[in-house]
Design a protein around this ligand. Structure first.
Ligand SMILES: [Zn+2]
Length: 415
């Protein structure tokens, strides 16, 4: 076996040939001269051979996957050819996408590493700087997502998410049926969400949306009601529960502020307990909550009982009973003389028509919350993204509506 053949076999090079090699930089880099099989000259549009029209004077260099710490580069003089059908065009480069600076298999590793580890670690394994990595990642993902269209969207979820340390916000749109992210936009205002409906969906697509879920922010509600005439709007359960929990917490905070030294001891650690779902409480937790009543913290106790009772709402299976329940609950809650709870009642009354459809549709952003967890993991790994681009890249890569690594030619998808 010749040395060139050996290198070719060792580095698992298929679909093209190694014609020469040179170690550079004290053996840290291996530069390979390469050539497409059968002298190339193939048209990228029709795969037919053409006549050579022009050969690049300067060789082009592609970065390949490092091996045992040695950086590998491919060198070739690409040519322009005349195709009978497509005219003057650059020939197919078998190992890389047109105008890419790295090989297909480098791109594949870049994508896979970026989904499973922090960018710093991925950059180290690939022997490039972190900034080069995020730049390459952005180019690759942008190229694959270019021209990608949203398909068969019937159930949407809209939510906001903070993406940098100084709490910059983005709006995320989910396909709740297929559980992936279809769009990300800067900001959380009406302008942002309008941009999605206007630019990303056709009139037909908007009419085909039959259900939508969002939080109680008027911005998203208005946008959905404006753009999706056939959609049933369901307020997201998670956000409703959160609003009620926050109201209970307000009551706790009020009491805490008024409490003396001794009383504060009994109130300590109560915050987390009040946020706990009833099904997750231990016996001790329940005893502690019951003791509030005996200890004279009746306001907190009352708020807790009310929020516990509200949980039943999610179990109803017909809207008539659910509405009866809601009316009764609101009446009791209004008599509680707890301002934060009364404010929650106002919210419920205002959005009643958007709460009741939950009973039939069972639609929630829960899928989105699941996706959000993955997004948060990605965010923590990168310890907050400075730009929305970098954040969107990772979201689309991990939970987007296009399988990005699957866009790399199959034979180059090796780890
Ligand atoms: Zn052609």
């Amino acid at each position: 076996m010749s040395v060139l053949k050996f290198i070719q076999k060792l580095l698992k090079i298929k679909h093209f040939r190694v014609t020469g090699f040179e170690f550079k930089n004290w053996g840290k880099e291996l530069w390979l001269e390469v050539k497409p099989y059968k002298n190339g000259r193939c048209c990228p549009a029709c795969n037919k051979r053409g006549k050579i029209a022009w050969t690049a004077e300067k060789p082009r260099v592609w970065r390949d996957v490092p091996v045992c710490g040695i950086q590998i580069f491919l060198v070739y003089h690409p040519r322009e050819i005349i195709c009978k059908t497509h005219g003057r065009i650059q020939e197919i480069i078998p190992w890389a996408a047109p105008y890419a600076r790295v090989t297909h298999r480098f791109e594949y590793l870049l994508l896979i590493y970026s989904t499973i580890m922090p960018q710093k670690a991925a950059a180290r394994l690939l022997k490039i700087s972190t900034s080069t990595l995020s730049d390459l990642l952005h180019r690759t993902i942008t190229r694959f997502r270019k021209g990608h269209k949203i398909r068969a969207l019937t159930h949407i979820g809209i939510d906001e998410i903070a993406y940098s340390k100084n709490r910059k916000y983005a709006t995320i749109v989910y396909d709740l049926k297929k559980s992936h992210v279809v769009w990300i936009g800067k900001g959380k205002g009406r302008k942002t969400i309008d941009q999605f409906f206007k630019e990303k969906l056709s009139n037909n697509q908007r009419n085909r949306i039959i259900a939508a879920s969002c939080d109680m922010a008027q911005t998203y509600i208005n946008a959905i009601e404006h753009w999706c005439p056939n959609a049933t709007l369901v307020l997201d359960r998670f956000h409703v529960v959160k609003a009620l929990n926050n109201a209970v917490d307000e009551v706790r905070k009020e009491q805490w502020r008024k409490a003396g030294k001794e009383e504060k001891v009994t109130l300590k650690g109560l915050r987390w307990l009040l946020y706990k779902h009833s099904s997750k409480r231990t016996k001790e937790d329940v005893n502690r909550l019951k003791a509030l009543y005996m200890n004279g913290n009746r306001r907190i106790h009352r708020a807790w009982v009310l929020s516990d009772e509200f949980e039943q709402f999610w179990d109803f299976d017909n809207q008539v009973d659910a509405k009866d329940f809601l009316d009764n609950w609101c009446k009791t809650a209004n008599r509680s003389r707890l301002e934060p709870i009364k404010n929650f009642v106002k919210l419920v009354k205002k959005h009643e028509d958007r709460l009741l459809p939950f009973v039939d549709t069972r639609l929630t952003n829960a899928i989105a919350e699941g996706l959000n967890r993955i997004i948060k993991i990605a965010k923590n790994r990168a310890s907050g993204f400075r730009t929305l681009d970098a954040f969107s890249d990772i979201i689309f890569l991990m939970v987007g509506d296009l399988d990005i690594p699957a866009q790399i030619p199959l034979s180059f998808r090796t780890i």
